[in-house]
Design a protein around this ligand. Structure first.
Ligand SMILES: [Zn+2]
Length: 355
């Protein structure tokens, strides 16, 4: 099957694991960069893609480094953040995505710090302002393009001082499109006592507030990270999770409890979360009937869309039926309300029949 066949075979899709600041159009990066006077290493789409799209067999650190090239274009600027979120909805609709959950760190896009993470200078665009802006853009985009896009707010592992605010923003905006909390960036285990770790505190608060939880774990890190995600972060879904299969007890538990793996085929190969196309953990998940979905992760730096990832999953050896099941899995394991889930499932059944 080629790309065109795959797009035709799977016209309706659901996406659960994609980063807002990793899903920006290259042309938009150039346009806003020019408008804001931010210098970029190239002035054409092809030229800039050469600088920011990473190749197969790179690393998670290479991927994260790529963000530093273009994230300053958006960080700290309300209009830029709005455009990024609004166009995300349009791009989802173009791909046939009827429901998406897009994640981001409000703190990385804000500039109210002495030394902002991405923004070039300090200013008055706070993490809360970022969330309000994204909510507004996703709501308008969902309406204009007749799809549903919700958001997940991410903690950043290396910046535990932000996590408490992330949990409180989740609670404040739970009725304005924010459906969950995540933790992202390089994997390492917390060396703080569980009761004192701000990340764990934030996830406990989120759980008590009825906020859904997902965590990046077991992508390039060890099974111990996945245990931590389940036991200390109360994760209902695991971002990636490939390394869970290295621990039979853990893998059995995940299957038994129906924990959902948000897999990202192309991302896994480009960041060395997994290296083999013939013996890929996603094939194992599919064969074993584990609960998993297929996602893009960071299209801007991976150069993919969801059709490319379905195509890659077929290359791993998944059947068309298994990919179809993964789309239904995504709908059932989404953080949408029960009523919204029924609506998504109805759209899937119209196209694919009962799964
Ligand atoms: Zn991710």
């Amino acid at each position: 099957m080629n790309r065109k066949d795959v797009a035709k075979r799977f016209p309706v899709k659901v996406e659960l694991h994609v980063h807002l600041d990793g899903a920006v159009r290259t042309q938009t990066i150039l346009d806003i960069g020019q408008k804001r006077g931010i210098k970029l290493p190239a002035s054409t789409v092809d030229g800039l893609n050469k600088e920011i799209v990473i190749s197969y067999g790179a690393s998670l650190d290479t991927l994260l480094a790529s963000f530093h090239i273009f994230a300053p274009v958006f960080a700290g600027d309300r209009d830029a953040v709005y455009t990024m979120a609004y166009e995300f909805c349009e791009d989802c609709a173009r791909q046939g995505i009827v429901y998406a959950e897009v994640r981001y760190s409000p703190h990385l896009l804000a500039n109210t710090f002495d030394k902002p993470a991405y923004a070039r200078e300090s200013g008055s665009f706070s993490p809360r302002d970022v969330v309000c802006t994204v909510n507004e853009a996703l709501e308008k985009g969902s309406r204009d393009f007749n799809i549903t896009v919700k958001s997940i707010l991410a903690c950043i592992r290396s910046s535990s001082e932000w996590s408490k605010e992330v949990a409180s923003l989740c609670k404040e905006f739970r009725n304005s499109g924010v459906v969950g909390i995540d933790i992202a960036m390089s994997e390492f285990l917390s060396d703080q006592h569980p009761d004192e770790c701000p990340h764990r505190q934030a996830f406990l608060t989120a759980k008590n507030d009825g906020i859904h939880r997902t965590t990046h774990a077991g992508e390039v890190g060890e099974p111990a990270n996945v245990y931590e995600a389940l036991d200390d972060y109360y994760a209902e879904r695991i971002g990636h999770g490939y390394r869970s299969i290295l621990d039979a007890k853990l893998y059995e538990r995940i299957k038994r409890e129906g924990i959902h793996f948000e897999t990202c085929p192309i991302s896994s190969l480009k960041t060395a979360g997994a290296s083999s196309r013939t013996d890929h953990p996603i094939l194992r998940f599919a064969t074993d009937g584990a609960n998993f979905s297929i996602n893009t992760d960071d299209p801007t730096v991976l150069g993919n869309d969801l059709t490319d990832d379905y195509l890659m999953a077929l290359e791993f050896g998944l059947t068309e039926k298994q990919i179809q099941t993964s789309i239904f899995n995504a709908a059932w394991s989404s953080f949408a309300s029960d009523k919204e889930k029924q609506e998504i499932i109805k759209k899937l059944v119209e196209v694919y029949g009962e799964n």
